[in-house]
Design a protein around this ligand. Structure first.
Ligand code: PGA
Length: 245
């Protein structure tokens, strides 16, 4: 299985910097054909820059995705973005249930599942994020939390073709402190087992992935790619993570 190297740009950048980042990534991939043989690429810019980024990258080389979506078709939902709007802008993926959405927007497993359902109907692929907090890990509840997030957030009809799981321990996101190889190995094996041992589902790891630790992380069994925040804002780091795979 090819590794999925996915960049979550979060709420960063300007129109100019987003276009520059996208073209640097596109050019980098084009000059190293090896990369697309081994990896699939995805970038998820802020909504307002999706069109500009989609115009720059070749969708066969770099897919584009949203960072969230609504579970409603359309109507009076100020600030929300529908799945049809994402499709309109050539998005292939949408990230759902990121811990920052769960934390700052009080998203529950139910709402993540409902959004995911809507996204699948629209023909988008979903990346469902799960992960425990430091407190939950220290209390020995990491597997219980991740297990219930999976059970509650995965859409009905999820298959390896339309759904990707991202394990992102909350305490490793943006902290520079990634989980240990043993912790990642154990949690990814646990998630694989929860997916009825389905070997085809991609399970990404996210949380302070950088060029320096990507080689080790991406060689752990059941790690099928990475969801990258901070390092995905630097084209060279993003590409070097893929090279490490
Ligand atoms: P990070 O973010 O790579 O900056 O830790 C990962 C994520 O939130 O997806």
């Amino acid at each position: 299985m090819k590794k999925l190297i996915a960049g979550n740009w979060k709420m960063n950048g300007t129109l100019e910097s987003s276009v520059a980042l996208a073209s640097f990534i596109g050019n980098g991939i084009r000059t190293e054909p090896d990369l697309t043989e081994k990896c699939d690429f995805l970038v998820c810019p802020p909504f307002v820059y999706l069109q500009a980024v989609a115009d720059i990258v070749d969708s066969h080389e770099v897919a584009v995705g949203g960072q969230d979506c609504s579970d409603q078709d359309d109507g009076a939902y100020t600030g929300d973005v529908s799945t049809a709007m994402l499709k309109d802008l050539e998005c292939e993926y949408v990230i759902l249930g990121h811990s920052e959405r769960r934390q700052y927007h009080q998203e529950s497993n139910d709402s993540v599942q409902s959004k995911a359902q809507k996204a699948l109907i629209e023909g988008l692929k979903v990346i469902i994020c799960v992960g425990e907090t430091l407190e939950q890990r220290e209390d020995g509840q990491a597997e219980e939390v991740v297990g219930s997030q999976l059970a509650g957030s995965l859409p009905h009809g999820a298959t390896s073709l339309n759904t990707v799981i991202a394990y992102e321990p909350v305490w490793a996101i943006g902290t520079g402190k990634s989980a240990t190889a043993d912790d990642i190995k154990a949690m990814h094996a646990f998630i694989r087992e929860k997916l009825d041992n389905n070997a085809d589902f991609r399970i990404l790891y996210g949380g302070s992935v950088k060029p320096g630790n990507a080689g080790e992380i991406l060689s752990i069994p059941n790690v099928d790619g990475a969801l990258i925040g901070g390092a995905s804002l630097h084209a060279e780091d993003f590409l070097n993570i893929a090279k490490a795979a």
